[in-house]
Design a binder for this molecule. Structure first.
Ligand code: UD1
Ligand code: UDP
Length: 383
């Protein structure tokens, strides 16, 4: 009897972090029937990742709507997963991280009776409003998951503090490092000839220091994004020897302020979201990164890039503790001041650009699959 797995995801970062797990389960098709269901909470940004990792979903709920809201997205995911779960009847459902897809898919999996496996489990800021609604999403998933795959000892401890049992929490590192190492290798291989990278080469000035920007957090929508854009304008004016490249997230609440406030500044390039390999290529070229992204905070330390985080809290304290990631929030003066320091003070830059791997060694997916093989043996013998 083969064990049935359903891997559910919906947004760009979940896809990047679940793709290596899909590949790892493919190696064990003698033991598992593994199917992929995408909610398509994101569309273009998700499809970019699927195409790079050559993943064809078995179920595509195609749910994204322009400027969607949390109420209808949540109910659409739960309602549309019902027939998928009833048809396939998985033994294990895998969800990732902290998006609306994660939370709604875990609730659906709970209703179906499948075992819920939470990948990237136990991250917490202990502030339900920041990040919003992600802290609630991962707390709800954590409350109902059967198996928790925590990236670090800190995230495991957070779950123990919530009275989860030791034997259902496994520290594996973060699967994002598996995806990153695979992509770095591919991007640096001889045959790699990506159109987006070719285009980036035409817009980058090798004589200027590259500052890479990303941002999308809901709690930064409105005044937060206005502050961020004003800070970037000041940085661009104050440091004409730098080049700011900003792949702008497709959320209209991000597109509008960014294109209105930052268009037509000669050393700021606003571009479309990049495919994962092109973004990895650009991170490697960056002098420093300014972002509110969760995933980028995990990738940058492995590439030795300093990160200024446009948030007041982080659920990823490990790199902050080592000093390669610094929280600057959305305070204009603080963003400008800390960027200036990194651009002008070599010793400050050196201290923040240490290469380290607090989030894993690239074997997270292999470890996750091994734990599931062990767990499914218990499962088979008890049935
Ligand atoms: C979502 C997640 C967030 C995650 C982020 C990663 C929730 C509530 N938010 O935020 O946790 O960090 O993704 O990027 O789960 N859009 C497109 N095309 C795309 C993607 C988005 O046009 O490929 C636009 C649509 O108008 C969509 C809007 O962006 O309605 C918002 O998408 P949504 O997934 O609700 O929020 P994100 O800000 O992307
Ligand atoms: N990323 C990408 N293209 C881009 C910007 C980011 O592929 O133009 C990748 C990045 O390397 C990271 C992930 O997307 O792995 C982060 O996604 P996002 O910031 O949207 O979400 P978060 O991690 O904050 O949930």
């Amino acid at each position: 009897m083969k064990i049935k797995n359903l891997i559910i995801f919906g947004t760009r970062p979940e896809a990047i972090k679940m793709a290596p797990l899909v590949k790892e389960f493919e190696k064990h098709s003698d033991k598992f029937t593994t199917k992929i269901c995408i909610t398509a909470q994101h569309r273009e940004m998700l499809d970019q990742v699927l195409s790079f990792f050559e993943i064809i979903p078995d179920f595509d709920l195609d749910l994204m709507k322009p400027n969607q809201n949390l109420y209808s997205l949540t109910s659409d995911i739960i309602t549309n997963l019902k027939p998928v779960l009833e048809k396939f009847q998985p033994d294990y459902v895998f969800v990732h991280g902290d998006t609306t897809t994660t939370m709604a898919a875990s609730i659906s999996a709970f209703y179906s009776g499948a075992k819920i496996c939470h990948v990237e489990a136990g991250l917490r800021t202990f502030n339900m409003k920041s990040p919003y609604p992600e802290e609630m999403n991962r707390t709800v998933t954590g409350a109902i998951a059967d198996i928790h795959f925590s990236p670090t000892p800190t995230s495991k401890q957070n779950l123990l503090d919530e009275n989860k049992k030791q034997d259902c929490i496994f520290i594996t590192g973060n699967t994002v490092i598996d995806a990153l190492l695979f992509s770095v290798k591919k991007v640096n291989s001889n045959g790699f000839n990506d159109n987006e990278v070719q285009h980036l080469k035409t817009i980058l000035n090798p004589n200027k220091k590259l500052i890479l920007i990303t941002g999308h957090r809901r709690e930064n929508h409105g005044q937060g994004f206005i502050n961020i854009c004003e800070a970037l304008k000041k940085i661009a004016r104050e440091h004409p020897n730098t080049q700011i490249v900003y792949p702008v997230h497709l959320n209209p609440n991000v597109q509008k302020p960014v294109y209105e406030l930052l268009n037509n500044i000669s050393n700021i390039q606003l571009i479309k979201p990049l495919s994962y390999p092109a973004f990895v290529w650009l991170m490697e070229k960056a002098y420093l990164i300014i972002t509110d992204s969760g995933g980028v905070q995990e990738e940058a330390p492995s590439l030795g890039k300093p990160v200024l985080v446009l948030r007041d809290t982080t659920e990823r304290p490990e790199a902050v503790d080592v000093g390669t990631v610094l929280l600057v929030g959305t305070d204009q003066n603080k963003i400008v001041k800390e960027t200036r320091k990194l651009l002008l003070d070599d010793s400050a830059y050196c201290n923040m650009s240490k290469l380290h791997n607090p989030y894993g060694d690239g074997t997270a997916c292999e470890q996750i699959v091994n734990h599931i093989i062990m767990d499914s043996m218990k499962f088979i013998s008890s049935n």
